[in-house]
Design a protein around this ligand. Structure first.
Ligand SMILES: [Zn+2]
Length: 272
């Protein structure tokens, strides 16, 4: 068995028709751990969560060569940057091409969001990402090896989206239905025979970047659910929902404790 294939991945959900049988090996290779804050005002959660290829497909909407190439790239980056450990989605900024598929991989796995200015766009990146850890400034880049993806498929991917080719008579609109089907067949054959036969580090090259300037954000707003990420765990009061949300019950520290009384006064304590 390949040492990068995990043997602890849950079987596909029975209703997951959108993840086909021959993606089984990819399901065991493209497994990600992510860390987030506990709640909208919460500190960083100590437990990590698992994101699988099935989750990526659900979020993105379909399995496609772009999603798989993006997941391969991000797996390669995570293995170098985080030593295979979790992506801290409360502490990362990402740059990707503005592609539906690569952009979704970037946003889902890093927590970067265009609306907070933490998902930035650079179409010159191609199939690859830049990921920066906000707290430390450490930055990594991953890029697909040039020539790995067949140029012919790449050319058709662009052509099938280019209305000018139809308008100028190079491509008959009536032929598109057939050519889109051939394109899909060629994409999946390449994925099966070439991409899935390789490991992420074989063709996705990761390097550390120093003092890199990220592209300007298209929007910038305060992301509030990570503001308290570094607040330590409480020492005196512990809600009954600690550490993982249980079924309620009495808080340690007791109902009517000093901290609950302080809370009941409201955030702005009346002056004595
Ligand atoms: Zn896609």
């Amino acid at each position: 068995m390949d040492e990068d294939l995990r043997d602890d991945v849950a079987p596909r959900r029975t209703d997951a028709w959108y993840v086909v049988d021959w993606l089984e090996e990819a399901r065991r290779r493209l497994v990600f751990e992510v860390r987030d804050t506990r709640s909208a005002q919460g500190r960083l959660e100590t437990h990590v969560k698992r994101v699988t290829l099935d989750d990526l497909v659900l979020f993105h909407g379909h399995a496609c060569d772009g999603l798989l190439r993006g997941a391969y790239a991000m797996r390669a980056l995570g293995d170098v940057a985080f030593d295979g450990g979790p992506f801290d989605r409360s502490d990362l900024e990402v740059v990707s091409k503005n592609s539906p598929c690569l952009g979704d991989v970037a946003a889902y796995l890093t927590g970067g969001r265009a609306r907070f200015g933490t998902h930035r766009l650079d179409d010159s990146l191609g199939v690859g990402f830049v990921v920066r850890e906000v707290s430390t400034g450490r930055t990594w880049e991953v890029r697909e090896e040039p020539g790995f993806f067949p140029a012919l498929i790449g050319a058709w991917e662009a052509a099938l989206l280019d209305d000018d080719l139809v308008d100028n008579g190079y491509l008959r609109a009536a032929d598109k239905a057939e050519l889109i089907a051939v394109n899909e067949a060629r994409q999946w054959t390449w994925v099966r025979e070439v991409l899935l036969a390789s490991r992420p580090s074989d063709h996705y090259v990761v390097r550390t970047l120093e003092d890199v300037e990220l592209p300007e954000p298209i929007h910038r707003a305060r992301r509030t659910d990570v503001v308290n990420r570094d607040v330590p765990a409480p020492e005196e009061y512990a809600s009954p929902y600690e550490p993982l949300m249980g079924s309620g019950g009495s808080p340690r520290g007791g109902e009517g404790s000093t901290w609950e009384l302080r809370y009941d006064e409201g955030p702005v304590k009346p002056r004595a």
